[in-house]
Design a protein around this ligand. Structure first.
Ligand SMILES: Nc1nc2c(c(=O)[nH]1)N[C@H]1C(S)=C(S)[C@@H](COP(=O)(O)O)O[C@H]1N2
Ligand SMILES: [Mo]
Length: 431
């Protein structure tokens, strides 16, 4: 393979499938990836053709792990925390984005954010109350909920504090610790609208103040409570008991949680015990002292629900090292709380020029989308970044644009373009 970077540098805004076909055509003879130290290969090449040592003995028996676990060789792929938290129970752990593929987060790696620890709840004893401005208030057992029509949908979940580390410039942290308060699961449960029908619908009084709100409360030590505008969530919200095909994990809300697709993480109340229809937001702790964003001019943004469009390159990313010159697929994820991802552009020159990335799989509403762009690294220092545009036409801002609009007082809703630096040795850094 030639070391020149010209043949594979794609012109900006060229439809990338065409570019890819051209790239694949050019490389058909040699393949995209030369094996490392191609010349050393003669002896190596013969090895896979001999009987493998692992074929000479019987393997481990079935049911060695009644609940399957990852290979011990993947033991480093775990959730991690970015910092020490001052109070026990009030903490978070982050998803190892650089080690994941596709768009679904395995259940053992879904990020965690708890304000008061993980409660131990007996599903048989758990109840969901739906009351307030409804015709016939009811208590639901888990069995009641499981009898109702179920719906499964894939959605991302992102903490509004995600990537807060970058407000003041590059933090030096790897992508797990900058963007890892982010996961994407297939959630299964009952539509909120179905449950409201079960309680006879919202009673007329609620409409006097211009629409009903919904208070959601958790059964944890933090008794997490948020008020949500019912009109805006009714179509999409789910009360879920399962994630990725199995019951919720304790740390993600077992036995029941609210999923409000696209809304900031904290509105997705875990260990859900109560939904109360009210005629105005209740101004709970979680929407006054917290989750309100102070702007530079001294006013505050309250009830900032939707997570704006965002993207990040997960491979290569800080901690990775490019060991040879030549072809690399730049891979990452993009998402928007306002709809679908329409396009992702990638730059390898610090944002001077952009090219379209390929979007993998079907476009999904308020879910992670995997993108990929071809890149040929010639060994020169590079700055790689990605920029998402969503179905509303909104374009992910630069950090400078975001700071100009919001100031530096707020820790929440940081969604700026993220740049990684590749130095001449191939080391990738957040600098
Ligand atoms: N009851 C309750 N619900 C909660 C929380 C909590 O502490 N208690 N944390 C919230 C926050 S801040 C976020 S970001 C998400 C995290 O969900 P996860 O832990 O399943 O990733 O849950 C939300 N729901
Ligand atoms: Mo959060």
């Amino acid at each position: 393979m030639s070391q020149s970077n010209t043949p594979f540098d794609l012109p900006p805004d060229q439809p990338s499938s065409r570019s890819r076909r051209r790239l694949l055509g050019r490389l058909a003879a040699g393949g995209l990836v030369a094996s490392q130290g191609a010349a050393a290969a003669a002896g190596e090449l013969l090895r896979p053709l001999e009987v493998a040592p692992s074929s000479r003995v019987p393997g481990a028996p079935v049911l060695e792990h009644p609940y399957g676990v990852p290979s011990p060789r993947e033991a480093g792929v775990v959730r991690r925390s970015a910092r020490q938290w001052p109070l026990p129970g009030a903490a978070s752990s982050m998803t190892p984005l650089a080690d994941l593929h596709g768009t679904i987060t395995p259940n053992g790696l879904v990020y965690e954010r708890h304000h008061g620890g993980v409660p131990d709840i007996d599903a048989d004893q758990h109840r969901l109350a739906i009351h307030g401005l409804v015709r016939t208030p009811k208590l639901f057992t888990m069995d009641d909920l499981l009898r109702l029509p179920a719906e499964s949908r894939i959605h991302f979940l992102e903490c509004s504090g995600n990537t807060g580390s970058e407000w003041n410039g590059p933090s030096g942290l790897p992508v797990q610790l900058t963007h890892g308060l982010l996961s994407c699961c297939e959630w299964t449960g009952v539509r909120l609208s179905t449950l409201l029908e079960e309680v006879g619908g919202v009673s007329a009084q609620s409409n006097a103040n211009g629409g009903a709100w919904l208070l959601a409360e958790g059964a944890d030590a933090a008794a997490m409570t948020r008020s949500l505008p019912l009109d805006r969530i009714l179509e999409r919200a789910l009360v879920v008991y399962a994630q990725n095909g199995e019951r919720l994990r304790p740390e993600n809300g077992y036995p029941l949680r609210l999923i409000v697709p696209g809304f900031e993480g904290n509105t997705n109340v875990k260990w859900l015990r109560r939904l109360k229809v009210v005629d105005a937001p209740l101004q709970t702790r979680e929407e006054t002292s917290k989750y309100t964003s102070l702007l530079a001019n001294g006013t505050a943004r309250q009830f900032v629900f939707e997570m704006d469009a965002k993207s990040v390159i997960t491979r290569p990313s800080p901690g990775h090292r490019l060991t040879t010159h030549g072809y690399y697929a730049i891979s990452g994820i993009a998402w928007s709380g306002r709809g679908m991802i329409r396009k992702v552009e990638v730059s390898t020159d610090g944002g001077a020029s952009w090219r379209l990335a390929r979007l993998d799989g079907a476009a999904r509403d308020r879910a992670l989308t995997r993108f990929e762009a071809d890149w040929r690294w010639d060994g020169a220092p590079a700055e790689i970044l990605s920029r998402a545009t969503d179905s509303t036409g909104y374009v992910q801002p630069t950090r400078a644009q975001l700071v100009a609009a919001r100031g530096l007082n707020s820790q929440y809703h940081y969604n700026a373009i993220q740049q990684w630096r590749v130095d001449a040795s191939g080391e990738v850094r957040n600098a």
